[in-house]
Design a protein around this ligand. Structure first.
Ligand code: SF4
Length: 493
């Protein structure tokens, strides 16, 4: 199925993770099918394209396309991918027609044979690196920053994976968790700030690497540990070993992975994210108590925090809306009449639970505020007498440059309005956000550090002025949109 050129319909206002990566070493078995199921577990990290590259010890073969993992990979396609080693990728991107060209893994020829590279994150010195490499005679097939990583690896791989990764870490600035396949070896690495997650583990007599630990269980793997910032894992016929690609910097892991992006059944910093989110809900109840009848989660991501809020406050937990499981990504555009139903296409109120109640509506984040506003309206239309909105992410006031598609500063509700104005805009009875301290406390004591840039504006890796300038501008008028969309892909990919 070739879906290139089609744009998925997605009215969801939540921030979008840009990718999930995986790598498998399965001696004596075919890796493609297992990779397919591993990618299935990472589908939430990217739903616009996906790809698998495999090696049989001699050749690297690859298939990638637009769409969900289940739309792209049929049994017939998986059969064209023989080999016991693999890397895989799920991608979210913000560009239109060039999507297939930028789908991953990225494939390159090198002195040591073919390589395939899967990348989660975002480089912030893309333009500078590309100018430098083009001046040195390098040609690029894509506009993706991931190709820069691939080409740097290719240039240095003859000296071994340690040298090649060290070279990437010397030249690339930004967020990157990467898995790489060569004909005879699989390796993975994490940037020196450790912004995006990556875990390694075993699977039978083999090994695996994945963005999140939730990908291990479904394919019979066992995660053994998270890679440290600046660390790499190398897997070949000799087994699995770890090495450093750069000196350990202060860890700056994305706090949003804990709040929303990663699946609740994943572990990060040694903590189960479901429990972290439940503790966030408890802290939220302590920071913003409210007199109400029921605690209502926004499914699915608000459920653990709503449980925590309920336990801490003693107010009963009650589901107040049901989520349609199958609508959230589609290539069929709804017509205007359906589009006006907005959030109701995805969430249906349980009117009998809501009518006549003072409710606390618990959600993970407010980006533009459009979805929250519709949910508040839906609760009141369903008979709620008060709707108190409680949010586990601190106010998002700054854009992300490290691999998350959020919005420009001008579009962020918390950057445009103070608490009072936003409460009025949402038409909520009250609004309370968890503090940064409350969110960090919920992860646990004595953990390595966090990136908090979208909450406090302190970017752990300095962002070039031309990137900030564009992202900090107000959204363009409709007539300006075409011009801006031509500039943005090079900056955000
Ligand atoms: S800016 Fe926000 S979303 Fe981006 S990496 Fe930092 S904490 Fe995560």
């Amino acid at each position: 199925m070739n879906l290139a050129g089609l744009k998925q319909w997605d009215d969801d206002d939540s921030p979008k993770e840009e990718c999930g990566v995986i790598g498998l070493y399965t001696p004596g078995q075919e890796a493609a099918l297992t990779t397919f199921f591993g990618l299935f577990a990472l589908q939430h990290r990217g739903q616009e394209s996906a790809g698998i590259a495999v090696s049989d010890g001699n050749r690297v073969r690859m298939h990638r396309d637009m769409g969900l993992v289940s739309q792209i990979f049929t049994p017939a396609i998986l059969e064209t991918l023989p080999g016991h080693m693999s890397v895989g990728h799920t991608r979210y991107s913000t560009t239109g027609s060039s999507l297939l060209r930028n789908a991953q893994p990225i494939y390159c020829q090198s002195m040591v044979g073919e390589i395939a590279v899967a990348h989660n994150g975002n480089l912030i010195n893309t333009r500078e690196l590309r100018d430098e490499m083009e001046a040195a005679g390098e040609h690029f097939d894509t506009s993706s920053d991931s190709e820069l990583i691939a080409r740097i690896l290719v240039g240095a791989l003859a000296e071994g994976p340690e040298k090649a990764v060290a070279e990437v870490m010397r030249r690339c600035k930004g967020a990157y968790s990467v898995t790489v396949l060569t004909p005879k070896m699989l390796f993975g690495f994490r940037d020196p700030d450790g912004i995006r997650p990556l875990s390694a583990g075993t699977r039978g007599t083999g090994f695996m690497v994945a963005s999140e630990t939730c990908a291990f269980g479904p394919v019979g793997g066992t995660p053994t540990r998270e890679l440290e910032p600046g660390e790499m894992v190398i897997i070949d016929a000799e087994g699995m070993r770890f090495a450093r690609g750069a000196e350990k910097a202060k860890a700056n892991m994305c706090l949003f992975e804990f709040i929303y992006f990663a699946r609740p059944d994943s572990n990060m910093y040694g903590e189960l994210l479901y429990d972290v989110r439940e503790r966030m809900g408890r802290n939220l109840a302590i920071e913003h108590p409210v007199d109400a009848d029921i605690i209502v989660p926004v499914p699915d991501s608000g459920i653990p925090a709503a449980f925590g809020f309920s336990k801490q406050s003693g107010i009963p937990f009650q589901e107040g809306m049901m989520k349609s499981r199958y609508i959230h990504r589609t290539f069929i555009q709804p017509d205007q009449a359906l589009r006006e139903l907005g959030v109701r296409m995805k969430l249906t109120p349980l009117i009998e639970h809501i009518r006549g109640k003072k409710i606390v509506l618990v959600d993970d984040s407010i980006v533009r505020g459009t979805t929250t506003k519709q949910l508040v309206k839906m609760m009141f239309e369903s008979g709620a007498v008060e709707v108190h909105v409680r949010i586990t992410a601190p106010p998002i006031k700054f854009p992300c440059f490290y691999g998350i598609d959020m919005a420009s500063k001008g579009e962020l509700a918390a950057a445009r309005m103070n608490l009072e104005q936003l409460t009025a805009d949402l038409e909520a009875t009250s609004l309370g956000y968890l503090s940064i301290e409350g969110a960090v406390d919920a992860v646990g004591e004595n953990k390595p550090g966090y990136c908090l840039a979208c909450f406090n504006g302190n970017y752990p890796i300095p962002v070039p002025e031309d990137m900030t300038k564009l992202a900090f501008e107000d959204p363009p008028e409709v007539g300006e949109m075409a011009a801006v969309s031509k500039v943005q892909p090079a900056l955000i990919e």
